[in-house]
Write a protein that binds this ligand. Structure first.
Ligand SMILES: Nc1ncnc2c1ncn2[C@@H]1O[C@H](COP(=O)(O)OP(=O)(O)OP(=O)(O)O)[C@@H](O)[C@H]1O
Ligand SMILES: [Mg+2]
Length: 306
């Protein structure tokens, strides 16, 4: 569906995108996970033809992408990071306007608008001005505007920023439905929870470089450990930090110590020692690693800090 080869884009001395290559099959829900300034928006702006790359190739359905080719552009839908709607118009008027830009008219346009409003759960508010919408409602209308022409490939740039949890779930359901119906989706986010929940494959991007790409399981398998031990941080555990540290690397969070076991460690050895020290087992939790661990392993920093 989409193939990107050695795509590079510089802004002055900044390599916003540094030789990125990836290949997406039809029907994928692909996550682009990275912190602020990683290059997510830059990649989407090149793939949608909003900006031109300095070097590299973009193939859309095995054909070189020409931004001026209207038929190719019609295969793409783009939900920009900053919402692009007319505040003084109603939701439905906005959709009529965007649909018209894609060349939709008459009964087909009306049908697509009705479907979009229903899917976005905005039927009741369709005649209200967009300026009266909540952040989540604007986001949803923005997605509907991007899919009126039924693109084969939809690029969503952080579509849940500033959205309450309920609206976020409505957006997830909406995108999952579109994906189930066959739409290929590229979804950028700096929330690992979103990438974990939604995406069949995930690319981790930072400083313009694609650092890793795979399914969640593949990314987790590349870590040098397969579980961590969370130790509650309290008066029973704090005096024993030196003992814990003998088993691996210890990080301190607000409410816990997180032990990343040394590769040769057997968990049973750790728990025997804890028992010998008389620490109640309820203070320990064995956890599976997450994409946050993958990001930390690849970059040395957390997604939140960066
Ligand atoms: N128009 C521009 N002019 C100059 N530098 C830019 C421009 N657009 C992006 N950059 C720089 O390119 C890098 C990548 O930016 P980009 O917007 O692609 O990141 P992002 O991953 O989308 O970040 P965010 O999560 O904050 O949206 C950053 O260092 C940014 O400052
Ligand atoms: Mg961005």
């Amino acid at each position: 569906m989409l193939e990107v080869k050695n795509l590079t884009k510089r802004y002055g001395s900044v390599a916003a995108l540094d030789s990125v290559s990836l290949s997406l099959a039809r029907g994928e829900f692909f996550g682009l996970l990275g912190p602020n300034g990683a290059g997510k928006t830059t990649l989407m702006s090149l793939v949608t033809g909003i900006r031109a790359a300095d070097s590299g190739e973009i193939l859309l359905g095995n054909v070189p992408f020409m931004p001026d080719d209207i038929a190719q552009r019609a295969q793409l839908g783009f939900v920009p990071q900053s919402i692009a709607l007319y505040d003084e118009l109603s939701g439905e008027e906005n959709l009529r306007l965007f649909g018209g830009l894609y060349g939709l008219r008459g009964a087909l346009l009306r049908e697509r608008i009705a479907e979009g409003l229903a899917a976005a759960q905005l039927e009741e508010r369709r005649h209200d001005k967009v300026e009266s919408y909540s952040g989540g409602m604007r986001r949803r209308i923005n997605i509907v505007a991007a899919i009126l022409h039924r693109p084969q490939l939809l690029l969503c740039d952080e579509p849940t920023v500033g959205v309450d949890p309920q609206s976020r779930n409505a957006i997830f359901d909406f995108l999952e439905k579109l994906n189930d119906e066959g739409m290929t989706i590229v979804y950028s986010t700096h929330y690992m929870e979103e990438a974990t929940r939604l995406c069949s494959r995930i690319g981790i991007i930072d400083h313009g470089k694609l650092l890793a790409l795979g399914t969640l399981d593949e990314l987790l398998t590349d870590l040098p450990f397969s579980e961590q031990i969370r130790i509650a941080r309290n008066d029973s555990t704090t005096p024993h930090l030196a003992a814990f540290e003998r088993f691996g690397k210890l990080n301190t969070t607000d409410d816990a110590y997180v032990l990343t076991p040394a590769p040769e460690l057997r968990l049973s050895e750790f728990f025997s020692e804890a028992e010998r020290l008389g620490i109640a087992s309820r203070f320990f939790n064995v956890t599976r690693p997450t994409l946050e661990n993958v990001f930390l392993h690849l970059t040395g920093k957390t997604l939140r800090d960066s």
